[in-house]
Design a protein around this ligand. Structure first.
Ligand code: AMP
Length: 208
């Protein structure tokens, strides 16, 4: 599990880890954005909640993840990014007998997060993320690999970011103690300040 507040750099590190370890990334945020773009029933219900910075109900998220992990490509293991976000979601994984080998918490202060998210740009088709200053695309506004235009997510607007942070502190942060106390899991913490490369190096050295 890659764990941390929105904008801590989980998505960027997830992309590196799935390549390196040849496992799949399960990002509930990406799955929900996919459902919104495809205008499925789930997407239509989720859109408003996501735009407001709120959380989708545990029941929906747990159902989504349970069916995703049944798929063949998850047999070799997977990396959760943005999941679990509440204690009931974490308990559901235990009920499903999903062993979590490692939880890596990437932390960042609220001020840094607000700065980061307002500069974040996103390539919808691949999930690649950039920052206009700290991880700029080669050509401003366009994806490095495909040349497609980048977008700013609605939920990266400042007021929404503040709501997301509040919810993170109330509902998600308690998972730190939860996983620290879970004997079957290795819990690691690292400070998310620094270049993408420096954080990648820290993540890899933890896993080595
Ligand atoms: P993310 O890309 O992980 O920041 O997710 C974007 C949005 O999707 C969040 O602000 C929530 O509205 C929703 N979402 C993603 N993952 C979850 C989750 N595990 N539980 C509840 N809502 C989620």
């Amino acid at each position: 599990i890659l764990f941390g507040p929105p904008g801590a750099g989980k998505g960027t590190q997830a992309k590196m880890l799935i390549d390196k370890f040849d496992i799949v990334q399960i990002s509930t945020g990406d799955m929900l954005r996919g459902a919104v773009s495809a205008r499925t029933a789930l997407g239509l219900r989720a859109k408003k909640v996501m735009e407001s910075g709120g959380l989708i109900s545990d029941e929906i998220i747990i159902g989504l993840v349970k069916s995703r992990i049944q798929e063949a490509d998850c047999q070799a293991g997977c990396l959760f990014d943005g999941f679990p976000r509440t204690i009931p979601q974490a308990l559901a994984m235990i009920d499903e007998k999903i062993d979590i080998d490692h939880v890596i918490e990437i932390s960042a202060s609220d001020e840094d997060i607000i700065d980061r998210l307002s500069g974040r740009r996103f390539h919808p088709a691949s999930g690649r993320t950039y920052h206009i200053n700290h991880n700029a695309p080669k050509r401003p506004g366009f994806d490095d690999l495909t040349g497609d235009p980048l977008i700013q997510r609605d939920d990266d607007l400042e007021d929404t970011v503040k709501t997301r942070l509040k919810i993170y502190h109330q509902q998600t942060k308690p998972l730190v103690e939860f996983y620290r106390n879970l004997k079957s899991t290795h819990y690691h913490h690292l400070n998310g300040l620094g270049s993408v490369e420096a954080i990648t190096e820290k993540v890899l050295s933890i896993l080595r």
